[in-house]
Design a protein around this ligand. Structure first.
Ligand code: SAH
Ligand code: AVI
Length: 310
């Protein structure tokens, strides 16, 4: 997507705050999307395989709850990996609408979906899903909209923003719409910390790529070698705090804006919240949804949940 003044001012505002922060949406340029795909294949990153297993084990029930002639609107579709399980079984779908901010990656993924599922009306939308965006009109009038939000991407938003996003999805789902969502659960902190500190360093590269993305596309001049990846689980709050730590006292610029950062000072790049079933249900209820069904793996690491408007 073309760089906008509002994005620059959002980045500058975040870096002027204490602590410094940059929204996780800036992870996802083409390289960031590829690195995220590599993360999903790491043995430590239990989220993707566990969610895929839950989808496969319960696909008949999931498909019957989605119903016929729905429009499936996926927020943050990435490579549409888990969606393929759904698309293989949802024989009568009015449309598939993948929505993502990473435009080249989205278009390449949508092309792949079109060739694998030529009978499905695939209508990609490049958008920041935290802001209002228009949905395309499918060729066939859908009976209902089902918003699909896998991967526990909801966890990358702090409580108030997650609520706002659930309200956006409530709106996009429309009357008699539903939400099918992947929600990662609280568990042994060691399992969680390993998932965000993998032994081959892909997550570190993913985190550091955010600075490269800002250098490439937003006129920044970070010395990437002078930052290091950090991820720690805060079990009181139930979230992983992902940061880039400066290795030295240094200055960097974004366009005309200069920033000082001290040795050991952090830039917060992401939270990844882990939920209890009750905690997530309360949040969903406050956004106007009722949880109708929760599917989990045997170890209760992860959940896939079906919600309707209450
Ligand atoms: N759903 C996939 C990908 C998850 S990674 C899965 O479960 O594996 C998160 C995805 O959300 C990325 O593809 C990223 O580009 C997209 N994304 C993150 N923030 C976004 C935003 N604000 N608007 C639109 N897409 C966003
Ligand atoms: C996209 N999102 C759900 C990932 C997560 O697990 O919070 C992003 C990620 N960050 C580091 N590793 C993966």
């Amino acid at each position: 997507m073309a760089v906008s003044d509002s994005e620059i001012s959002e980045i500058v505002t975040g870096l002027s705050a204490k602590p410094k922060q940059i929204s996780p949406k800036y992870f996802y340029d083409e390289r960031g999307s590829q690195l995220f795909d590599a993360i999903t294949e790491l043995p430590e990153y239990y989220l993707t395989n566990t969610e895929l297993g839950i989808m496969r084990d319960n696909i008949d029930e999931i498909v019957s709850m989605v119903g016929k002639q729905a429009s499936l609107i996926e927020f943050g579709s990435g490579s549409s990996l888990k969606t393929r399980v759904l698309l293989q079984h949802l024989s009568e779908l009015a449309a598939y609408v993948p929505v993502d901010i990473s435009d080249e990656h989205l278009h390449a993924s949508a092309e792949a979906i079109r060739s694998e599922f030529p009978h499905i009306d695939t209508l990609p939308v490049v958008a920041d899903f935290t802001k209002q965006f228009d949905l395309p009109t499918p060729m066939v009038m859908p009976v209902r909209n089902v918003v699909y939000f896998p991967g526990s991407t909801i966890g990358n938003f702090e409580h108030d923003l997650a609520m706002e996003l659930l309200r956006v999805m409530h709106h996009e789902a429309g009357k008699n719409g539903a939400l099918l969502i992947g929600v990662d659960l609280q568990k042994d902190p060691e399992i969680i910390e390993a998932a965000y500190n993998d032994s081959v360093g892909v997550t570190a590269e993913f985190n550091l790529n955010m600075l490269q993305h800002l250098n490439r596309d937003y006129g920044a001049n970070f010395d990437v070698s002078e930052f290091e990846h950090s991820a720690n689980y805060d079990s009181d709050i139930g979230r992983v705090v992902i940061e880039l730590i400066s290795r030295t006292d240094q200055t960097f610029e974004i366009g005309d804006n200069a920033f000082d950062i001290g040795d050991g000072e952090a830039i917060l790049t992401e939270y990844s919240h882990k939920y209890t079933l009750d905690g997530f249900a309360a949040m969903a209820k406050a956004a106007g949804f009722a949880v109708r069904k929760v599917w989990m793996d045997a170890d209760q690491l992860f959940s896939v949940q079906f919600l309707t408007r209450s």
